[in-house]
Design a protein. Structure first.
Length: 143
């Protein structure tokens, strides 16, 4: 089992080193979740997500935004979180649209703006993000 895990990690590293943003994002997930025989390492997760994001992978961009928002493997920076959520959302990533909506709702890294938050939650719903639908219902239901 350990040999299979080590082989899987080696193949992911090889693909990431060849420029695969998807593989780099997967490695970030594995370090964040302590999978594939890897130890939990927020710093390594952050570094792999950064490589993924810079390679243009929308999942990596969203995850890098989450690292900055929640100080996972890096210092907290709402401005950087917004930057990466926005890039991923512009690439069609539903969860990133929702995460960016929360930033606008809470005023994290941007001026609080309910109208923009609602637009982003709607965009996330259109992209299949069910959690955004529940947030829209909560925010728009009459008192």
């Amino acid at each position: 089992m350990q040999e299979l895990q080590a082989d899987a990690v080696a193949r992911l590293v090889e693909a990431a080193d060849a420029g695969s943003g998807t593989a780099a994002c997967e490695l970030g997930d594995w370090y964040r979740e302590a999978r594939g025989g890897l130890r939990f390492s927020p710093k390594r997760a952050f570094l792999w997500y950064a490589r993924s994001a810079l390679a243009g992978d929308a999942d990596g961009q969203n995850n890098l935004g989450a690292c900055y928002e929640h100080a996972l493997g890096c210092g907290q920076s709402y401005a950087h979180a917004v930057k990466w959520y926005r890039k991923a959302a512009l690439g069609g990533h539903g969860t990133a649209s929702m995460n960016l909506g929360y930033c606008y709702l809470r005023g994290h890294g941007v001026a609080a703006d309910l109208v923009t938050a609602l637009r982003l939650f709607r965009e996330a719903v259109e992209r299949g993000e069910g959690r955004a639908e529940r947030e829209l219902e909560r925010l728009t239901k009459p008192d």
